[in-house]
Ligand binder design. Structure first.
Ligand code: SF4
Length: 507
């Protein structure tokens, strides 16, 4: 059926929503509309996002083990009616103390609830339920309360009595000592009933607005801005911004309050920003958009001593700790790369990758200490390696004096570039991924399978804990080695090219 005036198809019944669709609608009506009617316009999740989702699934399954006599609703996510019927039967069975993945539909919204725990009232002989949402995060966030508000709207709508609404999340204070994971300590359960009740009251009006919007033949006209990144990165960002100019005002880095003020004045590109606007140092450099080198840069770059090591460490953070003396989400070093530049100009490369599901830290540290030796500067890019070494020294006192000596030799290239050099192609970012191709155009990350740290951590997790095919494991291993080696080769080339530039500009 088409609109008689426009010829555009019209829709009569709004599609069924889910809790994730409801959350999309809270972030942006246009996002919800596109997810329902034009999902192919979304950018697919990358490997890192997928790994985070996989880790969330693993945590969800582990959380169920905390409720020993719970029963899982077996019907899959596409078997909506079967899942609802299975849930209804379990609710009626007084022997079932908890239900996992219970399915409910009300008001045009279908939800699966992570955990429903039966609360039995022995005086009245009746049951009510604790609704528990499991998250792999470490604290309660606003978006979790919204998530619980739509779930409680649906389950209460079908007549379930809720004793409490709770969020179950990871407690980073838990120190794993080996053996069985103590689920009672690993997970915190917070009763957030009061905070959810406030939001629950607004659900009906929000649903009405979303459903009405979804009946339109076109998506709502909503301009992309800060809301596209909170609480989640919207997958339609590339679609919504594809016609924006290269120097669009929202590409100005740093705090976005100033961007809001400028937009209200009608300023839409970075080049239109008035000269007297108060900008941060980085924002000013992006606005000026010219290459700049401080007179100090050459002297500072020449202050390193040979042999010059160039070090990068890669880590993995496990929500579920697997090795004794580790906490949830603790950074565990698993890989390093070291490019060593000798006074002769020769460059050597050494590397380490812990490729199995065992405690990585001791072997990582021993190999690193040997590679770095006792002489020369150790160039790094950020303070991350120093923090990692200090943390490891606390856990492994036997490495303390070696790490102390290494830390004294660290030489951080990042603050040097930040304070003494700028290139327009940085676009306000001092990440090595932005800096390298701008300063050394022949060397970037575009040819690599793994192109950033989050992806490296996700791929490492896949290689060690998930992948069973040795060919695939080896291909991930090679990609990880190439990625880490590129980070340290990048530092060698950045130092050399920048130092050469300072000689060119010297009088
Ligand atoms: S990119 Fe922004 S404006 Fe576009 S759909 Fe997503 S949240 Fe809405």
């Amino acid at each position: 059926m088409a609109d008689v005036h426009t010829g555009v198809p019209t829709r009569f019944a709004p599609p069924r929503l889910s809790k994730s669709k409801f959350l999309s609608g809270l972030q942006c009506h246009k996002r919800l509309y596109l997810e329902i009617h034009q999902p192919t316009l979304a950018t697919p999740p990358d490997a890192s996002t997928q790994a985070i989702l996989d880790m969330g699934t693993e945590i969800g399954i582990l959380a169920q083990r905390r409720f020993r006599d719970g029963v899982l609703v077996k019907a899959g996510f596409r078997q909506r009616e079967a899942a609802i019927a299975e849930t209804a039967a379990l609710l009626q069975d007084p022997m079932v103390s908890a239900i996992f993945e219970g399915a409910f539909e009300y008001d045009g919204v279908f939800v699966r609830v992570d955990i429903l725990e039966r609360v039995h009232n022995s005086e009245t002989g009746t049951s009510s339920w604790r609704l528990i949402e499991v998250k792999s995060s470490t604290r309660v966030k606003d978006v979790h309360l919204d998530d619980l508000s739509i779930q409680s709207h649906v389950v209460q709508g079908v007549g379930l009595r809720l004793a409490a609404t709770c969020l179950m999340h990871i407690d980073t204070g838990y120190l794993y000592q080996g053996g069985e994971v103590e689920l009672q300590t690993l997970f915190s359960i917070e009763d957030v009933s009061e905070a959810v009740t406030d939001r629950r009251g607004r659900v009906p009006e929000r649903l009405i607005a979303m459903k009405a919007m979804l009946l339109n033949s076109e998506p709502p006209e909503i301009e992309p801005d800060q809301h596209c990144h909170t609480p989640y990165e919207c997958p339609f960002w590339a679609h919504c911004t594809k016609e924006k100019p290269q120097r669009w005002i929202y590409f100005l880095p740093g705090k976005k309050e100033i961007v809001g003020q400028l937009v209200r004045q009608g300023i839409m590109t970075i080049d239109e920003i008035p000269d007297d606007t108060r900008l941060s140092d980085v924002q000013r450099k992006v606005k000026d958009n010219v290459e700049w080198t401080s007179s100090e840069l050459g002297r500072i770059l020449r202050s390193v001593s040979y042999p010059i090591h160039h070090l990068d460490a890669e880590t993995v953070m496990l929500a579920l700790p697997r090795f004794p003396s580790t906490r949830p989400y603790q950074s565990l070093p698993v890989q390093w790369s070291n490019h060593i530049e000798l006074e002769s100009g020769e460059v050597m490369h050494q590397e380490f990758l812990h490729g199995e599901a065992s405690e990585p830290r001791r072997r990582w540290a021993e190999a690193l200490i040997e590679s770095l030796g006792e002489k020369g500067s150790i160039v790094v890019y950020s303070a991350y390696e120093e923090a990692l070494l200090r943390q490891l020294a606390e856990t492994f006192p036997e490495f303390k004096s070696a790490f102390k000596a290494i830390v004294k030799r660290l030489w951080d290239l990042l603050p040097v570039i930040k304070s003494h050099y700028y290139h327009p192609d940085f676009n306000g970012s001092y990440s090595i991924k932005s800096v390298l191709p701008a300063v050394v155009p022949s060397l970037g990350y575009g040819d690599l399978t793994i192109q950033e740290g989050g992806q490296a951590a996700a791929e490492y997790y896949r290689m060690v804990f998930l992948e069973s095919d040795w060919v695939e494991r080896d291909s991930i291993r090679q990609a990880l080695l190439r990625y880490c080696a590129r980070d340290t080769l990048a530092m060698v080339e950045l130092r050399r090219v920048l130092e050469k530039k300072t000689r060119e500009v010297r009088p």
